[in-house]
Design a protein around this ligand. Structure first.
Ligand SMILES: NC(=O)c1ccc[n+]([C@@H]2O[C@H](COP(=O)([O-])OP(=O)(O)OC[C@H]3O[C@@H](n4cnc5c(N)ncnc54)[C@H](O)[C@@H]3O)[C@@H](O)[C@H]2O)c1
Length: 341
């Protein structure tokens, strides 16, 4: 019998990619999504066109509704919990809604899994934002980028948690609940603290999904604003590499249950957000891209690079797509779908 996976937030960027990945290998997929994110109906349309109208089930529902989610996960052999309020900026404007979706919504998913006869593994997409401002980590400034002189491999999972912003708090609460449901209830749960993920089907906006946003803005000629000096560094992970991390963690669930993993591009896949990304984009586009420079925003990290060695040790995972190749693929996708933006 084919595995049945319920993907909450499955109509969004990561979810639609994972759904396509599962459908192409013949698995059963149930997408649970309230379609609140712009671009989600188009993602669903694309999935239907690619795999057939009835190749998957779509439940238009809300993770804040405990009964809806309880019913939806009953057939699940695996749950990938992605549904979230994803923008830090929105979380500051409306912290209660952010909490309800991210913290309470995650508790609802966990309770639904715990009460399911199948006791399915639950994979949770957390964020590196749970490490906050990294106040205790030394940062140095290079010619085009910032770097960690004492952490050449990046930040490990043992870094002190320091939830910053309502989004950081609500995602961090979910992160800790997910881990604890393994300790207290024995549910096989895995937490992925994800760095910047990028790839096709990402409807990036300035507030969230900045890699896709820069590509979309560059291709469609919209203004790009850089806050700070553009030397800020992030580790980037191409979405397909994230999907293989999910698969590998499930394949090694005896080892990964109850564990937390940093999942990102790691030290080999970093990019200074404009000092390095700008020239890359200009090469793709074949012309100069004008940008508007603004002051640093409060809480902007100078650098974040995930130490991803634990995932490598426990389930033999590492990213395969380098930044230049990944950006090129995203660029091609955006160029071919300009009518969507
Ligand atoms: N993309 C990244 O770089 C990144 C990095 C770290 C963590 N994450 C996490 O990964 C997850 C997926 O991110 P994404 O980039 O695919 O975002 P996305 O916005 O494309 O997907 C989130 C999906 O959740 C749905 N949703 C929102 N509120 C809901 C609710 N109340 N009930 C049901 N569905 C709801 C949205 O409609 C959307 O389809 C999120 O939990 C996010 O916090 C993403």
């Amino acid at each position: 019998m084919n595995t049945c996976t319920v993907i909450t937030g499955g109509a969004g960027f990561i979810g639609i990619n994972y759904a396509a990945h599962l459908l192409s290998r013949g698995d059963k997929v149930i997408i649970f999504d309230n379609l609140s994110r712009a671009g989600t109906p188009r993602n669903i349309e694309w999935l239907k066109k690619t795999f057939g109208e009835s190749s998957f089930e779509l439940i238009v529902g809300d993770v804040r509704d405990e009964n809806q989610i309880k019913t939806a996960v009953k057939p699940a052999d695996l749950i990938l919990h992605l549904a979230a309020q994803v923008a830090v900026t929105r979380s500051v404007i409306d912290p209660r809604t952010d909490f309800d979706i991210n913290a309470l919504g995650t508790l609802n998913v966990l309770e639904a899994a715990r009460q399911s006869a199948k006791q399915p593994p639950v994979l949770y997409s957390s964020t590196n934002k749970v490490y906050g401002d990294l106040e205790d980590v030394k940062v140095k400034e290079g010619e085009n980028s910032y770097f960690f002189p004492n952490h050449p491999e990046g930040i490990p999972e043992t870094q002190t948690l320091d939830f910053h912003s309502p989004y950081g708090c609500s995602k961090g609460a979910g992160d800790q609940y997910v881990r604890d449901y393994h300790r207290i209830f024995g549910l096989p749960t895995v937490v992925f603290r994800q760095s910047c993920i990028y790839g096709p089907h990402q409807f990036g906006i300035e507030d969230q999904g900045w890699v896709a946003w820069f590509v979309i803005a560059a291709v469609t000629g919209r203004p790009i604003t850089i806050y700070g000096d553009g030397k800020q560094v992030r580790d980037l992970l191409y979405v397909e590499d994230l999907l293989s991390a999910y698969d590998q963690a499930v394949a090694h669930i005896d080892k990964t249950a109850g564990q937390i993993y940093n999942i990102g591009g790691g030290r080999k896949n970093t990019l200074a957000i404009w000092k390095e990304f700008g020239p890359l984009l200009e090469k793709e586009l074949g012309r100069k891209i004008p940008v508007d420079w603004q002051a640093w925003r409060p809480g902007d990290q100078r650098v974040f690079i995930a130490d991803i060695r634990k995932a490598n040790q426990d389930f033999n995972w590492e990213p395969e797509t380098d930044v230049e190749t990944g950006i090129h693929k995203l660029f091609e996708w955006v160029r071919a779908h300009q009518d969507l933006f």
